[in-house]
Design a protein around this ligand. Structure first.
Ligand code: SAH
Ligand code: SF4
Length: 351
């Protein structure tokens, strides 16, 4: 039975798993069970002596969460609702895409990971922020989503996007050690190029992240071409207006020599006029950034809507013709299963 009084094994970096009188090779066996096989249950670790398993289970909890609902299908988008040890809910989304060139098609699996229960930043269109921030996730709860979602998928996860519930940069103390474990070949061994962190624009934290050694990718949730438009839907813009945000981005890019992405959700009548498209193209040129356009996913109880497909296409064309370095239009695959993060949890806690 999970107890909140016991620490979580995954909250401790595995090179610090330091149990009295437990030989190193035993720790190595546990590491393999956890990270290579994804077993978060002492009973399944068949090469450990019973007495050791019972000792260790007295000291630490293995599983940070359990799946309480899985929605969707394995060939497109699968959304998993997790219950944490303190009965809070978070969600992760598995997204399968087929890509490739010259007849070689490969199926890539991306996991969208949460970093907080709720979110303090209160973007007006977002389900995650509706009830404010409940708490930060711990390192183990971040890593646990990936281990357990990998079990759920039954295959390796190719890409990680920190675009689930919460603002990743508001939880750097837990996220950085999680990234260390995710990146390490002895941990999850996912390459930095396959990891994207999305932020609504916490300027000082973008600068802090710039000195993190691994080359993870950064995406900025822009959602407005000028301050006036952006502040209507993103209160964070009052603290860090666009110019300040872009200066931090420039510093990040200068330090990292890596392209960033500007994410732009399209909301009908709010930020979808072509003036905004022109501004967005200008910004993308200035930062030499990719642009990712995402038509808005409706959230129950909120007034916002996605624009008509014609307007979406026109907006896309205008940004592309403004010579933005690269523009993609992402039609949300899981629209029909509440794929925008935060929505499944919202339904669960409103029951
Ligand atoms: N807090 C971070 C990461 C989580 S949100 C951030 O804001 O960047 C990940 C992305 O999903 C953001 O770009 C966010 O604006 C977007 N998003 C939130 N609600 C959405 C919705 N209903 N439809 C489409 N995108 C949404
Ligand atoms: Fe928080 Fe991101 Fe949602 Fe804004 S969009 S409320 S920052 S999770």
């Amino acid at each position: 039975m999970a107890s909140l009084h016991k620490p979580l094994l995954l909250d401790i970096p595995f090179d610090h798993w330091d149990w009295d009188e437990v030989p190193k090779y035993r720790r190595e066996q546990v590491r393999k069970w956890v990270f290579e096989k994804g077993f978060l249950d002492w009973d399944q670790m068949s090469n450990l002596p019973k007495s050791l398993k019972s000792d260790l289970s007295e000291q630490v909890d293995l599983s940070p969460m359990e799946p309480v609902k899985v929605q969707g299908s394995s060939d497109t988008t699968k959304k998993i609702l997790w219950k944490l040890r303190d009965q809070q809910f978070i969600e992760s989304v598995l997204i399968r895409a087929t890509e490739g060139t010259k007849g070689v098609r490969a199926s890539r699996l991306t996991l969208c990971v949460s970093t907080q229960v709720g979110c303090a930043l209160g973007c007006k269109f977002c389900a995650s922020g509706l009830d404010g921030l409940k708490r930060n996730l711990s390192t183990g709860e971040i890593v646990g989503q990936i281990l357990l979602a990998r079990n759920e998928a039954g295959r390796r996860i190719d890409n990680l996007v920190f675009m689930g519930m919460g603002e990743p940069l508001a939880n750097l103390p837990a996220l950085i050690p999680a990234l260390d474990t995710i990146l390490s070949p002895e941990g999850l061994g996912i390459g930095a190029r396959h990891i994207t962190l999305s932020t609504s624009g916490l300027v000082p934290k973008i600068i802090e992240l710039a000195s993190y050694p691994a080359q993870i990718r950064l995406a900025i949730s822009l959602h407005g071409g000028d301050d006036e438009t952006r502040k209507k839907i993103m209160p964070i813009n009052d603290r860090y207006p666009i110019e300040e945000l872009f200066k931090a981005c420039e510093q990040f890019i200068e330090q990292r020599k890596k392209m960033i992405t500007l994410e732009y959700i399209l909301i009908k009548g709010v930020n979808d006029d072509l003036k905004q498209a022109e501004l967005l193209a200008e910004h993308a040129n200035r930062l030499n950034a990719k642009v990712n356009l995402i038509p808005y996913n409706r959230v129950d109880g909120l007034e916002w809507e996605r624009p008509d497909i014609e307007q979406v296409k026109l907006f896309h064309k205008t940004v592309a013709e403004g010579d933005a370095p690269r523009v993609t239009l992402r039609m949300e695959k899981g629209h029909d299963i509440d794929a925008a993060c935060g929505q499944l949890r919202l339904k669960e806690i409103k029951k």
